[in-house]
Ligand binder design. Structure first.
Ligand code: SF4
Ligand code: MG
Length: 327
C-alpha cells in the first residue's frame, strides 16, 4: 500500500471545544501532505494526535494499518520510531539543560537502541552533518545556538530514528525571516533524499506551493478541500481555499492570481460554538440560507474532494464575483 498514515473521522474535543471534528485523511508514502488553514483551525491538534501527544477523543489514527489511538506504552515505542515531530518553536521544544549531542541521541535511547559510546557519537555527528551543522555543535547547549541552528537540531533529532513520517508543525514560522528559506530548503532536500513522508502543517501558501505533493485545507476543525497541489493551485474550488490562495503571495509569476476576491477578515468563529450547517457560512461570499442549515459533505469534484453545496460534480468551481464577504 502507498498509504503511510490514515486518519479516519478523527476527533479531538477539549470539553466544549471541537478542535478537530471528523477529519479523514490519507498520507502517501514518501509524499508531502500540507495541512493548511488559519491559526485556530485545529491543524496543530491533528499533528499532536498523530504523534500521540494528545489522545484523540474519537476516530482512528492508522499507521501501517494499525490503529494507534489505544496502544499500550510498549506498543507505542514502535510507533514513536516511525513517526517524529518538529515543532514550531525550537527554543521551547529543546531541553535547555541538555547538550545538543544528548538531545539528538535521545530518540535512540528512548527506543532502547544499544550503542557503544563511539557508535553513539558517530550517529550524532552524522545526524548533525545531515542538517548542515558541524559535529562540534554536539558539545553546545541550545541557548548557544541561533534560532535557525536550534531548528536544525530539532530536525536532526526527529530524523534520528529514521521515521517513515515526519510531522512538521509550522517548522519555520518562529524563525527570523532571513533563515526561514534555508530551513525550508533543508527540509525539502532531506525529504527528497531520505524519502520520508511528511505532514507539513502551515499557513504559508508559498511554502506549500514549493514543498507539497498533496494539500488538505482545514477550517474550524474540519477538512473543506483536499487534492493534489497541482489540482488545488490550478483550480481551488472551495470558497475558503480560494480566499487563502487569493491572500497568498504568488510564487510563480506565470501563475495567475485566483480570479476571485474573497477577503478574509479576523473574524474566525470560535470552535467552541461553530456555526451551524457549513461552518464557513458566516464568512462565505456566496452563502445562501441552505448553507446555515445543511452540512456539506466532502465529495469528489474534478480531481479534488470539496465540502461545499455549490461545487459542481463536473469539477467546476463556484463563481464568486463579490469583493467583500457576506455579512
Ligand atoms: Fe459557502 Fe455555502 Fe459552500 Fe459553505 S456550502 S462554502 S457557505 S457556498
Ligand atoms: Mg498551530
Amino acid at each position: 500500500t502507498d498509504t503511510v498514515l490514515e486518519l479516519e473521522d478523527l476527533a479531538m474535543h477539549f470539553g466544549p471545544v471541537r478542535a478537530v471534528d471528523g477529519v479523514s485523511l490519507r498520507i502517501r508514502r514518501g509524499q508531502v501532505t500540507a495541512l493548511v488553514g488559519e491559526s485556530g483551525s485545529g491543524k496543530s491538534t491533528v499533528g499532536r494526535c498523530i504523534v500521540r501527544l494528545v489522545e484523540p477523543t474519537g476516530g482512528a489514527v492508522r499507521l501501517g494499518g494499525t490503529d494507534i489511538t489505544h496502544l499500550s506504552r510498549s506498543q507505542m515505542r514502535r510507533h514513536r520510531r516511525e513517526v517524529s515531530i518538529v515543532f514550531q518553536d525550537p527554543a521551547g521544544s529543546l531541553d535547555p539543560r541538555m547538550l545538543v549531542g544528548d538531545i539528538v541521541a535521545e530518540p535512540l535511547q528512548l527506543q532502547g537502541v544499544r550503542l557503544s559510546r563511539k557508535e553513539r557519537a558517530e550517529r550524532v555527528s552524522d545526524g548533525l552533518r545531515r542538517v548542515g551543522l558541524r559535529p562540534e555543535v554536539a558539545r553546545r547547549y541550545p541557548h548557544e545556538l541561533s534560532g535557525g541552528q536550534r531548528q536544525r537540531v530539532s530536525i536532526a533529532r526527529a530524523l534520528m530514528s529514521e521515521p517513515t513520517l515526519l510531522v512538521a508543525d509550522e517548522p519555520t514560522s518562529a524563525l527570523d525571516v532571513s533563515v526561514q528559506a534555508a530551513v525550508l530548503n533543508l527540509l525539502a532536500d532531506l525529504q527528497r533524499d531520505i524519502g520520508f513522508a511528511c505532514l507539513f502543517i502551515t499557513h504559508d501558501l508559498s511554502a506549500v506551493e514549493y514543498l507539497a505533493d498533496d494539500i488538505a485545507v482545514m477550517y474550524l476543525g474540519q477538512l473543506v478541500e483536499q487534492g493534489s497541489r497541482a489540482e488545488i493551485f490550478a483550480t481551488p474550488r472551495h470558497p475558503y481555499t480560494q480566499a487563502l490562495l487569493a491572500a497568498a503571495p504568488v510564487a510563480d509569476p506565470g501563475r495567475q492570481r485566483s480570479r476571485t476576491r474573497v477577503l478574509l477578515g479576523d473574524d474566525l468563529p470560535s470552535a467552541m460554538d461553530p456555526p451551524s450547517g457549513c461552518r464557513f457560512h458566516t464568512r462565505c461570499p456566496i452563502a445562501v440560507a441552505r448553507c446555515a442549515e445543511e452540512v456539506p459533505e466532502l465529495r469528489r469534484s474534478g480531481g479534488a474532494s470539496v465540502a461545499c453545496h455549490f461545487v459542481h460534480e463536473d469539477g467546476s468551481a463556484p463563481d464568486i464575483r463579490h469583493d467583500q464577504p457576506a455579512t
